[in-house]
Structures are given as C-alpha cells and as structure tokens.
Unconditional design. Structure first.
Length: 269
C-alpha cells in the first residue's frame, strides 16, 4: 500500500510539474529548483503514503492453519481486525475493510490516471495556443520528451494496476465461492505485476529520457577507472563539461549565461 501511495503521489507531482512548466511565464528561464524544496516534496509524498497505509497494519493479522500440502501448522496473514482493538478504532477498521476495494480503485488507480490525463490535456492546450517563437525549438523538444516520459510511466502503472483491482473486485464479491488455491494464485499474480512495475519503471525512464540515460551511462563509466581514463584521454575536458551541463538540466531548465568579456567593467545586467 505504501508503494502504491508513493507511485500515485509521484505521478500527481510530475503532472503538476509539467503543468507548471507550461503555464510559467518564464518557463524557458526557469531556475534550478533548490534542494530543500525537492526534499519537502519528497517528504510530503512519502509521509502521506505511509499515513494512508496505517489502516492496513490494523486490518491484517497473523493466524494459524493446517497446510493441505504438508499437513503442518503454518502461519498466514488474514484480513480480519483484531478483537483487542478499542471499540472506536475497531469500528473504523471495519468501515475501512468494507470500503477498501473502492478506496483502492479510486485513490490508487483512478486518481493518478485522471490527474495525469487532465494535466496533459491542459498542458497541450496551453502549448498549442502559445506562439512557437516564444520558446526555443530545443526547449520545446525537451518539454515534449518529459511529457512523453510522464505518459509512459502512467501507462505502465495503469496496466500493472488493472489485475490487482480486478482481483480485489473478484475477492470482494465472489470470495465465498473461490477456493484457497484460487485466492493464493490471484495474490501471486498481483505480486508479479507489482514486481514487474517496479522493475520496468527505471528502464523506461532511462529509455525515454535521453539526458537521464546519458547521465546514467556517464556515472557508470566514471565508476570504472579504465573507462574514466579512456574518456579523459580521448574526449578531453570540453566533452566532459558539456555532458555535465546536459546531465544537470534533466528536469529543470537552466539559463545559459554568456561569458563576460575580458575587458568588461562592472557586472552583467
């Protein structure tokens, strides 16, 4: 549940960032975001997702049952609130259990998809109404690439979240008619798609966002001493400086300052 919350809020934050980039009056000259601002946004995402997952700790508990395969008594997780909880908390957990399926479907599936689609539609509407000469061609290409990256992440998340939501609906309405083996199989399929989503997301980021992929390859080459020596001898300092500037402006556009003449007096305006 925490993983779903982090992914959901991250997609919403990316949608807000793309919308802010399209509506900013000086999007081309937008400065690099400060570290404390990024840390604050990440803290909101992680703390919010952990807070929403607290009811899961009270809903699930360990139970014992005899395994039909080995015949031994084993521990397993069951979705049943503990009777030792206070009455007020117990009633809240029961209410959460009854609405858990629709809460999953609305908050962790519909919210990020609808939020991303709405932000992308508004962003494209604003981008088409603006004049093309107001922004450079390179800046427009970078913004389009970032928008495609956000859309790709949302598509992967939606495809991997569909089986879990279908499984939740099936378990909620057909649980008495299903065997334990069928329920275990559905749980295994959900875990597989969760693992697939977590594995394919960084690969998708590196493939769709070329500056990020190039920066990743540069970091991998720098970790190897031989690759670092070959790059230093063949490329020189100019290529390394160019790659550093490219990798530092992956998600934020930094205005390039023109070099100050040697004989200039005073500071540039």
């Amino acid at each position: 549940v925490s993983s779903l919350g982090v992914t959901t809020f991250s997609l919403c934050a990316l949608g807000i960032d793309r919308f802010h980039a399209a509506t900013s009056p000086q999007a081309k000259l937008r400065p690099i975001e400060h570290c404390h601002s990024i840390i604050a946004k990440l803290a909101v995402i992680w703390v919010g997702s952990m807070t929403l997952s607290i009811p899961e700790l009270l809903l699930w508990q360990l139970a014992q049952d005899t395994s039909p395969v080995s015949g031994m008594v084993t521990d397993y997780c069951t979705m049943k609130p503990s009777q030792d909880l206070p009455e007020s908390i117990y009633s809240l957990v029961l209410t959460y259990q009854n609405a858990r399926m629709w809460w999953y479907f609305g908050c962790y599936f519909c919210l990020p998809i609808l939020f991303t689609v709405t932000c992308q539609l508004v962003t494209r509407r604003i981008s088409t109404t603006e004049k093309t000469d107001c922004r450079g061609a390179k800046h427009g290409q970078c913004e389009s690439q970032l928008n495609c990256t956000v859309i790709g992440l949302t598509v992967i998340y939606g495809l991997c979240a569909i089986p879990e939501n279908v499984s939740n609906i099936v378990v909620a309405y057909l649980s008495p008619d299903l065997t334990k083996q069928t329920l275990d199989l559905l749980t295994l399929v959900n875990q597989f798609f969760l693992f697939f989503k977590s594995s394919v997301t960084p690969v998708l980021l590196l493939c769709l966002c070329k500056p990020l992929g190039q920066a990743f390859m540069d970091c991998c080459c720098c970790c190897c001493e031989e690759c670092g020596q070959e790059a230093a001898s063949s490329n020189g300092g100019s290529d390394g400086k160019m790659k550093t500037e490219m990798s530092s402006s992956i998600f934020f556009d930094k205005p390039r300052e023109s070099p100050t003449p040697v004989g200039a007096i005073g500071t540039p305006c």
